[in-house]
Design a protein around this ligand. Structure first.
Ligand SMILES: Cc1ncc(COP(=O)(O)O)c(C=O)c1O
Length: 398
């Protein structure tokens, strides 16, 4: 039997936290750490934001769960709020990002069958990440996520990210396509930002072919990129958008939103979830949306994001070991020239929690309500740690 009776799915770091407040986490030995990645883009309001804590406490004492066989007024209120901030028409609630994407995939298949396509197929991207369920890992463009779980779910065709010719080519050669599913910024895929022109072209191709444009905003949504959803800064409107992570600020909830015809595809019995949209989750998410809107946190994410990018660019001007600094709002990547396996451990000894994705991209996704002083502290700490790491000859020069 394993030392701890947990299945061995995570390579866990030797540290445990017992308390959180804003950008800060406190471990079981009483040490304090600055969290640069908010539980991987989840705690957009910071750890234990009082509005969410109060909403959960209050709702927990009234009604936590109620079957979706009944009317759930909080779910209806949350759907209204989400439609208002997104411009979508209808919402299906799930408990996670993967489940939100499962809903989108099922919706696209039903849509395809309604168009008379027997084997509907969805275009997905290289280096994408959509989750760990069988359908979402099959949609994911990362062999490490898929290996060992074959046979994969069929019905996906893959294209290189940001390559519009590849989409045009598929449009000409594959008559089974019914939708395109992609992330506006590939989070797990190394903070790659989709070009606005590329997305506009995809929108036009989808319109021309009666395909659904489906955006996975599990990571980019809920204010992260400086807009409530990233597409709102890109001049396009999708047919379907999925979200999770920041929606509950740590309380598990996901959502699949749709508009127009796509909003009317599901009928009673076609999809469901026991917990999806239960009163407790909805109370948490309503508090999140209210706080983001009332406190103009999308604006703050834009302003603070620019401040952090400017600070990093100026500190690393001419640095041989930095390949790129990029991002939108408070979704920022520092791409190192080489892999940096020991950087996370070094940062931890300095009281900073860092996350590295795609082996060499430091992902900075701090809370949307980060202050100027906290943003400056983040920049100076991260710069100091990377410079120390580079000075130790752990990084080979370009
Ligand atoms: C873009 C994207 N989609 C889907 C998921 C899966 O979300 P979850 O882990 O909540 O199932 C993630 C998680 O990292 C993600 O970043």
């Amino acid at each position: 039997m394993a030392e701890q009776p947990l299945m061995n799915t995570y390579g866990r770091l030797p540290i445990a936290f017992e308390r959180g407040e804003g950008c800060w986490l406190f471990d079981t030995d009483g040490n304090k750490y600055f969290d640069t990645f908010s539980g991987i883009a989840v705690c957009g309001l910071g750890h234990c934001h009082p509005s969410v804590v109060d909403a959960i406490k209050d709702q927990a004492g009234r009604l936590m769960h109620c079957s979706n066989l009944y009317q759930i007024p909080l779910q209806q209120s949350l759907a209204n709020e989400l439609c208002t901030v997104s411009g979508m028409d209808a919402v299906f609630f799930s408990n996670s990002g993967a489940e939100a994407n499962e809903a989108a995939i099922k919706l696209a298949r039903l849509y395809g069958h309604k168009l008379g396509k027997e084997s509907p197929c969805i275009i997905v991207m290289e280096r994408s990440f959509h989750g760990r369920t069988l359908a979402t890992l099959s949609a994911t463009g990362n062999r490490k996520v898929q290996a060992g779980f074959e046979p994969l779910v069929s019905g996906f065709v893959r294209a290189p990210f940001n390559d519009i010719d590849a989409i045009r080519h598929i449009a000409k050669s594959n008559t089974n396509v019914v939708a395109v599913l992609l992330e506006p910024i590939q989070g797990e895929g190394g903070l790659s930002v989709a070009d606005a022109d590329y997305l506009k072209e995809i929108r036009a191709i989808c319109d021309h072919n009666q395909w659904l444009l489906m955006l996975d905003e599990v990571q980019t949504g809920n204010g992260r990129t400086g807009h409530y959803f990233a597409y709102q800064g890109l001049g396009i409107v999708p047919d379907v958008v999925t979200t999770a992570k920041g929606l509950g600020n740590g309380f598990p909830i996901g959502a699949c939103l749709a508009r127009g015809n796509a909003a009317e595809i599901f009928t009673p019995g076609s999809h469901g979830s026991t917990y999806g949209g239960n009163p407790l989750a909805c109370a948490a998410a309503l508090a999140v949306i209210k706080t983001i809107t009332e406190q103009n946190l999308c604006d703050n994410a834009r302003i603070m994001g620019q401040r952090i990018i400017d600070g990093l660019k100026s500190a690393f001007d001419g640095a041989q070991y930095i390949a790129d600094i990029r991002g939108q709002g408070l979704m920022i990547g520092i791409e190192m020239l080489d892999t940096c396996p020991e950087l996370v451990a070094l940062a931890r000894t300095k009281g900073i929690l860092l996350n590295v994705t795609s082996d060499k991209v430091i992902r900075l996704v701090p809370p949307l309500n980060i202050t100027e002083a906290e943003a400056d502290f983040l920049v100076s700490s991260v710069v100091q740690i990377i410079k120390l790491y580079a000075a130790d000859d752990r990084i080979s020069p370009r």
